[in-house]
Design a protein. Structure first.
Lengths: 196, 196, 196, 196
DNA sequence: TATGAATGAGGATTCATTCAT
DNA sequence: AATGAATGAATCCTCATTCAT
């Protein structure tokens, strides 16, 4: 049992180190040695714990998705109306537990890389579909049926735009401000797509 | 005269090949050999014409900026009202001459890489500042003074979001649809920020 | 303990291989692959152990200086008169432990390269200054004060000349003969500069 | 006839540019492009005029030998005694027409490279033999027969040593001082080897 | 578990050389 | 006579991966 724990601790340390290194170096200059150094362990260990660099990256992105899902589930539990559910989904993307400079940078790097990596692309599609479905479900109770899809797209686009902007200008806004701006986007989408 | 032309022709061919290769391989797997092969010339030529890979990438991003600026200037020439100028600036980012799958992909790769490259970062900031200034100027005549800045940010975020989404899902929409959606974003921003 | 040793063993092997390759190929055709092959290891190892070709060359020249200094210190320990100290310094340059065909060739290549390499130039100056100081100190007790400097220069010139000649004609003389000739040079310098 | 002249002018310009570039960059970083730029002509021309880099280097060293031989012949013409002939030969190596910083540097680079180049080695041996023979001939009339050879070697070693030293410390001495020091070496050799 | 020595394929870059103009 | 475009082999270096300890 203790052994399994050790595995998990090391794996988490390496994932954290990957995020930190992505933040500092970017995808194109991400090396296993750099990650290992950041984690304070030896280079060969990545292969011991993950099998290879690709698997570590996959695990890192997967850990993002897990965090995001957990935050989202927690927020949805407290939502009672469609609008509250909508805001919960949107705000979970800008939750302080998730929306940190390192995460924003790493996540953006994964986005850019995803079209060229089967694994990352698959994970990204899974996440996108889940978010899409959550938002769409809420919008169906808020805007006319024929508009829900467009409203969803608009909100997702605003969310993506905020992430991208924050990746480029790390001091542009903090998690709270980003969340507020995203909600502004929701407001805008509702206004735009409320009329039949 | 023919001599000067040759240089320019080859340079343009290499820039085109870089865009195409970025589209096909992504930034992390972009190699001079791949680019050379795409351009149908020998590997050493990149250094002959550009001095190195970094300079080629810089020239490629610069060519994007040039195209965008030219399209924008042309569209602005026909705009007579503030709203027309606003739409002109926004739509130039989705002009068919600029908003092609290859350009979208390459541009997005540059975005992700920019925070880790002094040159790309500088070019990106120059472009961002120019677009920002153009949009802000128009908004000052459309929304209350205190709101122009926020409205500008919202429009830029929608524009970025559309680009990002199209990079991830190449078949999501074409240039015309993307432009229309961006204008929807402008409409939304105006609605949101019109009241004092 | 074994770990530290391994590093040092490999580093020494690579330095030896560098000397041997310099001897066989000369500075202009000295490649990391050739050195690696000579050392019987893979090419990437040079960068693993030294960081790069330049650092390996620096370490190689540094190892020459260390050997020379050690030989010189050992010989000086047995010298009781000024003349004995003078001969000790001069002969250490032609000690069998140091004056081998490979060393002569490599050392000469470094000499030629030194003016164009900041590091090599610095090391060469350090060594030259040390030898100069040692010889000068001895000469001050042998020839009139005003002549010690010139006598030192003459001896150094003879020493350099012997090295150069032996580099060009490897079979010209062995270490013992070279040392004897250098001592002839000392005799000559004393004769030349003994009179006020 | 005019055409032949042009050829010779360009060839001489390229040889001069080679010496200058050797002086500035050293053998290991000597490139045809650098030489061409120094000569103010296009890169491909070296092959037009010399066939290749190696042939240009050979021609450059050959031009040194020619200059040296001409200076030596001129000085020998005025020598009437054995000692005067001896000094003439020695001093021609330090003639202001020959002993310039550029020449010293380039010549030294050739020396270091010679053991690894068939052509340079051959030229170097030819020159060395000629100088040796000239000096030996003179010494035969100055020192006892059995000593002439050793005296010659000593003088050559001093000459080489001066060249080497001046290559390493360009400001060490000028041509006149170098010549005077070489004559000191001749004096020393005569003193050393005069007694049977 | 963990280390770090060792590998070797792959990358950017340099450069002598060729050749059409 | 001269240019400079174009080539491709060779070089240094990087880095994921393997593996003995």
């Amino acid at each position: 049992m203790a052994r399994v724990k050790m595995q998990d601790i090391r794996r988490q340390e390496l994932i954290d180190a990957t995020v930190q290194t992505l933040y500092k170096k970017g995808f194109a200059e991400l090396t296993v040695n750099e990650i290992s150094k950041e984690a304070g362990i030896s280079g060969g260990n990545i292969h011991y714990y993950f099998g290879g660099k690709d698997e570590l990256l996959e695990a890192t992105m997967r850990s993002f998705l897990t965090t995001l899902r957990e935050v989202c589930v927690a927020r949805l539990a407290n939502a009672t109306s469609a609008r509250e559910r909508l805001d919960a989904v949107v705000l979970s993307n800008f939750d302080a537990a998730f929306f940190k400079p390192q995460t924003v940078a790493a996540w953006t790097q994964f986005w850019a890389q995803a079209p060229y990596s089967v694994t990352l692309h698959r994970l990204q599609k899974i996440n996108s579909a889940r978010v899409h479905s959550n938002i769409l479900q809420a919008f169906r109770q808020i805007v006319p049926a024929g508009q829900a899809h467009d409203a969803t797209n608009m909100v997702k686009i605003v969310m993506d735009g905020i992430w991208l902007r924050c990746a480029q200008e790390p001091n542009f806004m903090d998690a709270a401000q980003a969340g507020a701006l995203a909600i502004k986007g929701v407001d805008a989408a509702i206004k735009l797509y409320s009329k039949e």
